[in-house]
Design a protein around this ligand. Structure first.
Ligand code: NAD
Length: 256
């Protein structure tokens, strides 16, 4: 379905981003990966699906590098047809204890990076009159949790940015939507499981059970594969008129 299209997925060396890259590659897209850590492993995982795979190591806190990444994708693959703004970090602390550098980093990586990549990719999408911008927000783009003020502010901002950009493009073939996962067991959440297990002196399994029981009524983690399937759907013609939504995949978290 996505043969001939190119997807640029930020933060795609692990977790949800890698899952989205795999799903888009399975649907036929060429993929440009980005992120830190196991670059070779991520490239191999996507390459075995048969499409073309590229990588750019831009730091999502640096606007100049983000713009260079978009230009590199256009140079290597001819276009950025699908832009997935997924890179994100977390830090947990009360407001009065929140390290200023963590606040700045979360706003830069989880929110401002989406503005910088979108503004760089949009002229090409508009010229071709087709584009998909998928912003990986969170249930924390819709509701809050204590000790996550920076993350909640960034994700609410990302949902707002998605709506504004969607309206600007409403009469074109370019759509902007947000995906809002609940708990997904990735390295980002594993850190929170580890902290809970250590603090409460409980096993990993018990820490996971407690984490889910607090917020996610299904008591199941959302999987990167489920999010990948939604991303592919949002890239399909059936989703041509889905614009500016914030679609939660959260086991009932925000239904409460
Ligand atoms: P993860 O830690 O597994 O992956 C994060 C990715 O971002 C990695 O590839 C990492 O290298 C990359 N990254 C981090 N900082 C970067 C930077 N400065 N420049 C470029 N790349 C950078 O985390 P994840 O759980 O897969 O999270 C992915 C996205 O999903 C994030 O935006 C996160 O907020 C969101 N999310 C996660 C969950 C969850 O439960 N895991 C829930 C809702 C939303």
């Amino acid at each position: 379905m996505l043969k001939g299209k190119t997807a640029l997925v930020t933060g795609s060396t692990s977790g949800i981003g890698l899952g989205l890259a795999v799903a888009l590659a399975k649907a036929g897209a060429n993929v440009m990966l980005n992120g830190f850590g196991d670059v070779a492993g991520a490239k191999a995982e996507v390459a075995r699906l048969g499409g073309r795979v590229g990588f750019h190591g831009a730091d999502m806190s640096k606007p100049v590098e983000i713009e260079a990444m978009v230009r590199a994708c256009e140079a290597e693959f001819g276009a950025v047809d699908i832009l997935v703004n997924n890179a994100g970090i977390q830090h947990v602390a009360n407001v009065e204890d929140f390290p200023v550098d963590r606040w700045d980093a979360i706003i830069a990586i989880n929110l401002s990076s989406a503005f910088h990549s979108t503004r760089a990719a949009l002229p090409g999408m508009k010229a071709r009159n087709w584009g998909r911008v998928l912003n990986i927000a969170s249930v924390h783009g819709l509701v809050a949790s204590a000790q996550k003020s920076a993350y909640v502010a960034a994700k609410h901002g990302l949902v707002g940015f998605t709506k504004g950009a969607a309206l600007e493009c409403a009469t074109s073939g370019v759509t902007h939507n947000a995906i809002c996962p609940g708990w997904v067991l990735t390295p980002l959440v594993q850190k929170q499981v580890d902290a809970r297990a250590a603090q409460a002196g409980v096993s990993q399994d018990e820490a996971k059970r407690q984490l889910l029981a607090e917020k996610q009524p299904s008591l199941q983690f959302t999987t990167p594969e489920q999010l990948g399937a939604l991303a592919v759907f949002l890239c399909s013609p059936a989703a041509d008129n889905i614009r500016g939504v914030a679609w939660n995949v959260d086991g009932g978290w925000v239904a409460q």
